[in-house]
Design a protein around this ligand. Structure first.
Ligand code: 5GP
Ligand code: MN
Length: 336
C-alpha cells in the first residue's frame, strides 16, 4: 500500500494512466471513468479508459466517450497500454474477476493500482484505495477524491460534472435509495453549479429507449412475471430466444427488475436472463433483505444488500428452479 502523499507526488508530473471499470459497465462505471478521465487530462496526463466489454448506447453520449477503448475490440492495443501504464485506476469494482481477461493484464502490470469503489469485501489487488461502502456511487467517491484528496475542486468543469452526475443519478435510482443523504444532495448541487444539465442527463439516459426495448418490457410484464406471494418474491425470467425476438442490446434489460420490485408487498425481485455463454441474475430487495448473500452463496456473484448480481453456467430452466428452491431458506426474512 502507498499513502496519499506518495500518490500525490506521482500525480504531480504527467503520467501514463489507464482507467478501467467492470464488465458490462453501467452508468456509475462509465460516469466515474469518464469523470476521472476528464479531470486527469486537464492535469496533462496521458490517459486512456479501457472497458472490458461494450456498454449501452444510452451512455455513449458522455463527454469524451469516443476516447474509450473496448478491450474485446482492441485486445493488443489494450494489453500494451496496461503493460506500459504507470498508474491504473480501477473504478466501481474490487475483484479482478469483474474485468474478465483484462484482470490478468492488470495483475501482471507493474503500475500502481488505485481502487476507488463502494462494493463490499475488496479482494486486495490494489496499492491505494478510496473505498467506502456507504457511498451511493463510485462517482461520489471520485468527486471526493478530486475535491478533498487532491484539492482540485476548481477542475470540476462541465464535462467532469456531467459524468459524475450521471454516475450518481444512475446508482442512486435517481436519488431515491436509502444511502442518498443531504451531503450527497450538496455534492449534486455543486455538480449542477459546475454545469451538469440535470434534466438533459436524465433524458439522455432514461428517455432514450428503442421501440424494441419498450415492447420487450411489455412482454416481460404480461408473459414472464411470476409472483410468489408465499415468499414475497417476484421473478421475471427471459430466454435467449426472447432476447433475440426483440433484438435486445447491451444494457436494454437494465431496470426491468425494478418493475417486479414495485409490486406491493414484494421484498425480493429477480431478473433471470439467458445470455449466450451463461445465465445472469439481477436481484433487488427492500430493507434489510440481503440479496447479495444469495448471489454470493449460490450464483458466483455479489453486490450490495439491495442490489446484487450473479451468474451460472447451468441451463436456464435449472437456474430458475435453483433460485426458487433457495427461497424456503429465506422465508422468515421474506415474510417479516
Ligand atoms: P446488476 O443487477 O445491475 O447487474 O448488478 C447489481 C449490483 O450487483 C451491482 O452493484 C454490481 O456491481 C453487482 N453485481 C452484478 N453482477 C455481479 C457479479 O457477477 N459479481 C459480483 N461480485 N457483483 C455483481
Ligand atoms: Mn457503482
Amino acid at each position: 500500500m502507498i499513502d496519499l502523499d506518495t500518490l500525490k507526488q506521482k500525480l504531480a508530473q504527467p503520467c501514463k494512466i489507464v482507467i478501467t471499470t467492470h464488465h458490462k459497465p453501467d452508468g456509475d462505471a462509465m460516469g466515474s471513468s469518464l469523470g476521472l478521465f476528464n479531470y486527469l487530462i486537464q492535469k496533462g496526463h496521458y490517459v486512456k479508459v479501457i472497458t472490458p466489454t461494450d456498454y449501452p448506447y444510452f451512455l455513449q453520449w458522455l463527454p469524451n466517450n469516443p476516447e474509450v477503448i473496448i478491450f474485446t475490440d482492441k485486445v493488443e492495443e489494450s494489453k500494451k497500454l496496461v503493460a506500459e501504464a504507470e498508474l491504473i485506476f480501477c473504478l466501481d469494482f474490487n475483484a479482478l474477476s469483474r474485468i474478465n481477461e483484462l484482470g490478468e493484464e492488470v495483475k501482471k502490470s507493474s503500475a500502481l493500482k488505485i481502487m476507488i469503489d463502494h462494493h463490499l469485501e475488496p479482494e486486495g489487488f490494489d496499492d491505494f484505495r478510496h473505498w467506502n461502502i456507504n457511498a451511493c456511487a463510485t462517482a461520489q467517491l471520485i468527486y471526493d477524491f478530486i475535491v478533498n484528496y487532491l484539492n482540485d475542486g476548481e477542475l470540476i468543469n462541465k464535462d467532469v460534472a456531467t459524468c459524475l452526475y450521471t454516475g450518481i443519478m444512475t446508482d442512486s435510482g435517481s436519488f431515491r435509495f436509502p444511502n442518498v443523504t443531504s451531503d450527497l444532495h450538496r455534492i449534486v448541487a455543486g455538480l449542477i453549479d459546475a454545469g451538469a444539465e440535470n434534466w438533459k442527463i436524465h433524458q439522455q439516459v432514461y428517455d432514450n429507449a428503442t421501440e424494441g426495448r419498450l415492447k420487450f418490457l411489455g412482454y416481460c410484464l404480461s408473459n414472464k412475471l411470476e409472483v410468489l406471494r408465499e415468499y414475497n418474491t417476484a421473478i421475471i425470467s427471459v430466454s435467449k430466444a426472447d432476447i433475440k425476438k426483440f433484438d435486445i442490446q447491451t444494457g436494454e434489460t437494465e431496470g426491468v427488475v425494478n418493475y417486479a420490485l414495485s409490486i406491493n408487498g414484494i421484498k425480493l425481485a429477480a431478473f433471470i436472463v439467458e445470455r449466450s455463454d451463461r445465465v445472469k441474475l439481477s436481484l433487488r430487495s427492500v430493507g434489510t433483505f440481503p440479496a447479495n448473500e444469495i448471489c454470493k452463496k449460490y450464483f458466483e456473484g455479489g453486490g450490495h444488500r439491495n442490489a446484487a448480481g450473479g451468474q451460472s453456467s447451468e441451463n436456464f430452466d435449472k437456474v430458475v428452479q435453483k433460485f426458487k428452491s433457495i427461497l424456503p431458506e429465506y422465508k422468515e426474512l421474506l415474510l417479516q
